[in-house]
Design a binder for this molecule. Structure first.
Ligand code: ADP
Length: 379
């Protein structure tokens, strides 16, 4: 089990590094606006294929984390409207293209809840992707969210994704929740996927205290549904609104100085170009030792922030960050150090924080993700 989890974490790192370059370069080409409409369309296809590949890598990692009991459900306030808006942003275009009627029927009295927004979104994305995959053009998909009071300050929320698609034979209804299990279909186009989505979703819902179930009739459609209890969040909080693909101007970035430690030339070039587009001055070094040396050689205040890859030759990012934090100069404690890494397991995040880093940007990252993560520290 230990060898397997090391292998998976290594594989994930090795696949993420080139994926970061593919997604990053596709982003840069799109932003440059160069090329005719066909080229621009091809660029978005490269981008979506790379993201699809990333989702497979993520699913395989998630399944292995679930099997080894390493997934933890977070408890943070989130806005239900915002979550549903994100889902609608992802699926509306696809639905329109295929003339599928996508509806959201929501009835909740509270706006904000405490729970694991990302994992909840992951489950709903899985269910919605399946509904799309197994529903013919001109069909219907309905997402329903119903809230009822459970106990003082806690609500019961029932989520359902219902489609008018090809349905599932009764004999397969339980089996499809197992890892790598799929319904055998004559047409190959309905066989796509790894068969991990429902296994992961069922486990995640269970960790959130619910049971993911299904009702289905062949040729009529399917409904996947679950109920979970979530505390209501009454106070105000800063809602982070998911944006569309447009790149905004991030005024806090212009004129800032960033030290970037990254050994991979292509990934460094991409990060530098993305940052320079917002008016950031970037100085790049190729390992952790050089990052420490550069920080020590320069006057306090020279850099506003350090971006640090974790796996680098000579000295890795964790050691370098810890060394910078242990220096006796004034800004050694204050300078934000952000990990930017293809090591994305929870334990990698914990190690980064323990080494004194302030945040963690998993590779591959989107251009907006990079800006937003940095901006927080430069206000
Ligand atoms: P994948 O979609 O990658 O194959 P899942 O675990 O998400 O993996 O789903 C497993 C199988 O369950 C699918 O291959 C499909 O046969 C069946 N299935 C899931 N959702 C639906 C649905 N909405 N309609 C019909 N069949 C479905």
């Amino acid at each position: 089990s230990k060898v397997r989890s090391e292998f998976l974490s290594r594989m994930s790192h090795e696949i993420r590094t080139p994926l970061n370059a593919i997604i990053g370069l596709a982003n840069l080409m799109r932003l440059s606006g160069d090329g005719d409409p066909v080229t621009q369309k091809n660029i978005s296809k490269i981008d979506s294929s790379a993201k699809f590949l990333l989702s497979i890598v993520n699913d395989i990692l998630d399944m292995s984390k679930i099997e080894s009991g390493k997934i933890q459900i977070e408890s943070r306030p989130f806005s239900m409207d915002n979550l549903l808006r994100q889902l609608s942003n992802i699926f509306l275009v696809m639905a329109e293209e295929r003339k599928i009627k996508l509806q959201f029927k929501c009835c909740f009295t509270h706006k904000n809840f405490v729970g694991d927004e990302l994992r909840l979104k992951q489950v709903l994305i899985n269910l919605l992707s399946n509904a799309h995959k197994f529903t013919e053009n001109n069909g219907e998909i309905t997402v329903t969210v119903l809230e009822s009071a459970a106990e003082e300050g806690v609500s019961e929320l029932r989520f359902s994704v219902c489609d008018t698609g090809i349905g599932i034979p009764e004999t397969d209804l339980e089996r499809i929740f197992g890892s790598f299990e799929q319904v055998f279909r004559k047409s190959r186009s309905n066989q796509q996927g790894t068969g991990l989505g429902l296994a992961i979703s069922r486990n995640l819902v269970e960790l959130m205290g619910g049971i993911l179930s299904v009702r289905s009739e062949v040729e009529k459609g399917s409904e996947f549904f679950f109920t979970i209890k979530l505390p209501v969040y009454e106070k105000q909080f800063d809602e982070i609104l998911e944006n569309n693909n447009e790149v905004r101007i991030h005024s806090y970035l212009a004129g800032k100085n960033i030290l970037l430690a990254e050994d991979n030339d292509l990934n460094a070039e991409i990060a530098v170009t993305m940052l320079e587009m917002q008016g950031v001055h970037v100085e790049r070094v190729v390992n952790g030792q050089q990052a420490v040396d550069r920080f020590q050689e320069t006057l306090p205040g020279t850099y506003d922030l350090i971006l640090m890859d974790l796996q680098m030759p000579v000295k890795g990012g964790l050691e370098a960050a810890a060394e910078i934090r242990s220096l006796s100069r004034d800004d050694a404690q204050e300078i934000p150090v952000i990990a930017m890494t293809a090591n994305t397991l929870q334990e990698d995040r914990e190690k980064a924080l323990a080494a004194g880093m302030n945040a963690f940007i998993p590779k591959p990252f989107d251009v907006e993700q990079l800006y937003k993560s940095i901006e927080k520290f430069l206000h």
